[in-house]
Design a protein around this ligand. Sequence first.
Ligand code: MTE
Length: 329
Amino acid sequence: MARVHIPKPWNIPEREVTPEADFINRRRFLTGIAGAGLSIAGASLLGCESNSESKTPTKSDANFTNFESFERNPNFAKVDRPLTDEALAAKYNNFYEFGGTKSIWKKAQALPTENWKVEVSGMVQNPRTYDLDDIGKKFPLEERVYRFRCVEAWAMVVPWTGFPMRLLIEDVQPASAAKFVRFTTYYNRKITKGPFWPPASRLPWPYTEGLRIDEMANELAFFAVGIYGHALPKQHGAPIREVVPWKYGFKGAKSIVKIEFIDKQPATFWNTLQPTEYDFEANVNPNKPHPRWSQATERMIGPGRASSWERRPTLLYNGYAEYVKHLYA
Ligand code: MTE
């Protein structure tokens, strides 16, 4: 039987990581495939997306009201580079449930965040279902400025509000046999419709991610419920998402509905789709190229076209080696 090569959605990032000339060549190549009758419909695949500074939705309707009162943790007060402009970060997102482009912020407003619940189950002594009120009351919220690095080689610096994952571990008391945690995110086919190419039905929904328990217990591992001093807007993963700043951004599942403590490494969304390109560990590493591009440098989100954004060297563990290198000795 003849094998038809169906391009995958993870081809899309090449426009950011590829030198312009190569990108144009590849674009011609892809256009050629489309002309030959294979289905390439993703508009973003055929054009470089820019990041305009026009008005963006940066606020959320999630029901935390007193974000101003959450103090910045002095240990994570700033990093070696300026904060990313809030409106730019809010318009350049990955949220495949709503589409395969960077400009999904409008479509993501369809995410229903009312009466949100997060079920914590599996190998724990105290299984719980938290609502947002429980989370606000039970866990002391704080602000942390973290570097963020996407596997596609774009980066940003943002202030998250939330709480260390360690506090949730203490609350639910995992059994000693629990070695991993799986995060499952919101999925409802009537609402989360994207991407249209390849048909969303072929992807391993819901979006899931996972960590080892010792990674989850690390001081840096964080659940964010806010960003830039207010509740998370939907496109950033309202009302609650993971933030693991020493790993590539795809490890940070958005809009979490379930957290399970388990004894085996879980199957996760990107790792299931393409294990050679998206490994489970996914630690930021300038010396380990992605199979299709270098990870030696990164581009800081800015105005205009991605090709004009400031380029910086990538840091091992995204600059957090002192906190995490012992985990991988
Ligand atoms: N979580 C869900 N549920 N769906 C997604 O598509 N994309 C991941 C991660 N979490 C994703 C997700 C990827 S690839 C990245 S880089 C970050 O979210 C982007 O986060 P941001 O849009 O808030 O910058």
